[in-house]
Design a protein around this ligand. Structure first.
Ligand SMILES: [Zn+2]
Ligand SMILES: [Zn+2]
Length: 299
């Protein structure tokens, strides 16, 4: 090796630690060992690139190959809701949830109301949401709906869930107390799913007592997730769900990399470890819980 090459290689290596980390962030995690029986209780197929029949099939094929046989794709806004319903009609393994995310609550107008009501009546739509309260973004984004608007629109979604008889899928970020208070004041629908549960043991206990389902995402596998793991370990198995919330919240050790439904077994295994049970048994129970909650066929 001559000097010139040595310098070039050093320069490469100097770049490469940073470059490797950067590349790693863009790279999807490897396929996990299969874990049969699972249902992804909450994902965003359109945001994962699933905007055509073929792209949706590709995402769900990859998930099915590792044991995730069905997915519920969730809307953030009205355009996303149309994608979710389309995906659920394209692929028999996909079901939809429609609603306006609390950050988009200000979008609710007469036309959107009518369209959402019509969508909810669709057989392939299995839940209303995601809806709820997000106080994280109210102070960080100019376009985020204010808390009062969020509460009004949340109440409208609660009523829609009750009228349609479909589960209510809740998004909650930094709004634990207000969220539980609105639900208590309005009266909970029969099935309430706390998606990406983020509370501590005390909030978990209150949700469990109210009969809600707690759905855990990749966050439960994060190294600093102590209180969340406590919540996951006290939730009765019958009230437990697992989800990816893809493309966000990729489980440990792939945090920050792109997430998809095929990554669900990583989180299910983390959940099994927290609860000290077999991952195989828990996966079957989690899948059965999701099918029961959303009324999905066994397929
Ligand atoms: Zn959410
Ligand atoms: Zn979500």
């Amino acid at each position: 090796m001559n000097d010139a090459q040595g310098v070039e290689q050093d320069a490469d290596q100097g770049l490469s630690a940073k470059e490797i980390r950067k590349r790693r962030r863009r790279e999807p995690p490897p396929d996990p060992q299969p874990l049969p029986g699972l249902v992804d209780a909450h994902t965003h197929l359109a945001a994962c690139g699933g905007r055509t029949r073929e792209a949706v099939a590709e995402i769900v094929d990859r998930a099915e190959a590792v044991g995730v046989s069905q997915v519920v794709t969730v809307a953030d806004d009205i355009v996303d809701a149309r994608w979710a319903v389309a995906a659920a009609h394209w692929d028999r393994r996909v079901f939809a949830a429609v609603g306006l995310h609390p950050t988009h609550a200000a979008d609710l107008n007469e036309a959107n109301r009518a369209e959402l009501e019509q969508m909810v009546a669709d057989d392939r739509v299995v839940a209303v949401g995601e809806t709820g309260l997000d106080y994280y973004w109210t102070t960080r984004s100019d376009t985020c709906a204010d808390p009062a608007t969020q509460k009004d629109v949340f109440a409208w979604h609660i009523d829609l869930a009750k009228r349609s008889g479909k589960p209510l899928m809740i998004h909650n970020r930094e709004a634990d107390r207000d969220l539980l208070d609105v639900l208590a004041a309005e009266g909970s629908p029969e099935t309430v799913i706390m998606h990406c549960f983020s509370g501590d043991a005390e909030i978990a206990r209150e949700c469990v007592d109210r009969g809600y389902l707690l759905s855990f995402a990749g966050t439960v596998s994060f190294v600093n997730a102590g209180p969340l793991r406590e919540a996951a370990s006290l939730t009765p198995e019958a009230q437990l769900l697992v989800e990816t919330d893809a493309p966000f919240l990729t489980p440990h050790p792939y945090r920050g990399q792109p997430n998809q439904s095929y990554c669900l077994p990583y989180t299910a295994r983390a959940l099994a470890e927290v609860r000290g049970v077999s991952a195989e048994d828990l996966a079957v129970a989690l899948g059965a819980n999701a099918r029961r909650a959303y009324g999905l066929p066994l397929q």
